[in-house]
Write a protein that binds this ligand. Structure first.
Ligand SMILES: [Ca+2]
Ligand SMILES: [Ca+2]
Ligand SMILES: [Ca+2]
Length: 226
């Protein structure tokens, strides 16, 4: 008889969440708003220091198992190290954000990436998904913010303003359903007869715990979740 290894199946779903707001700021034009097709981060000798801002509405999400911010790079100069920070204030929007009125970011670095070549660029942001007010603001800042540097040290990413949606910034959210018991192999919350019989076989082969088997039998008997 073939051995079927039972492992709790992970029933996952993936959600793409686009920003409600995205824009950047420029220290050489401190009262100007830059809600255009790019997000610029770092130092550009033609302009100044740039910082990128994103806001996401996290309402109506399922349980989040993991999340990452995904960006598409347009260009980069000087292999900048870009740091992702949490921003506690959501009192800004993409149509009025400027260098002078931009919210402060927390000093802690959630994740960082050297931007050189290749796409997409991913920042791990799972710890930020517990945001209590469900509105998540984040900032991208270069590790070195020069006041002058003829070489340049910055990256350009696509924003959500125009062009093809496939290049928009987004958060990729993975949600995984929790299984009540190992016997519920397809993780639908119900222990079906077939699953129970398989699980008994696995228990006889020493591949399953007695306590989990009893748990599975009682769930099957009660029909809970079915
Ligand atoms: Ca925008
Ligand atoms: Ca918030
Ligand atoms: Ca099941």
């Amino acid at each position: 008889m073939a051995t079927i290894l039972i492992s709790p199946l992970i029933m996952g779903s993936t959600t793409k969440l686009y920003p409600s707001d995205d824009a950047y700021t420029d220290s050489s034009s401190k009262n100007s708003n830059f809600d255009n097709s790019n997000i610029r981060v770092g130092y550009d000798w033609n302009h100044g220091k740039h910082r990128g801002y994103f806001k996401f509405n996290l309402s109506n999400l399922e349980e989040v198992s993991s999340a990452k911010l995904v960006l598409y790079r347009v260009a980069s100069i000087g292999n900048p190290l870009i740091e992702l920070h949490y921003v506690s204030s959501d009192s800004w929007d993409e149509n009025s954000l400027t260098w002078n009125n931009a919210p402060l970011n927390e000093s802690e670095i959630i994740d960082s990436k050297v931007i050189s070549s290749g796409n997409p660029i991913e920042f791990e942001i799972t710890p930020l998904m517990n945001e209590q007010d469900n509105i998540l603001s984040i900032a991208l800042v270069a590790d070195k913010e020069f006041t002058s540097n003829p070489e340049g040290y910055y990256a350009l990413f696509y924003s959500s303003n125009m062009g093809d949606e496939i290049y928009f910034p987004y958060i990729e959210i993975i949600s995984e359903a929790e299984c009540n018991t190992d016997a519920d192999v397809n993780c639908n919350g119900c222990v079906e007869m077939g699953e129970l019989l398989n699980f008994i076989s696995e228990w006889k082969l020493g591949n399953a715990q007695m306590s989990e088997l009893l748990n599975g039998i009682s769930m099957w008997k009660s029909g809970g979740g079915c």
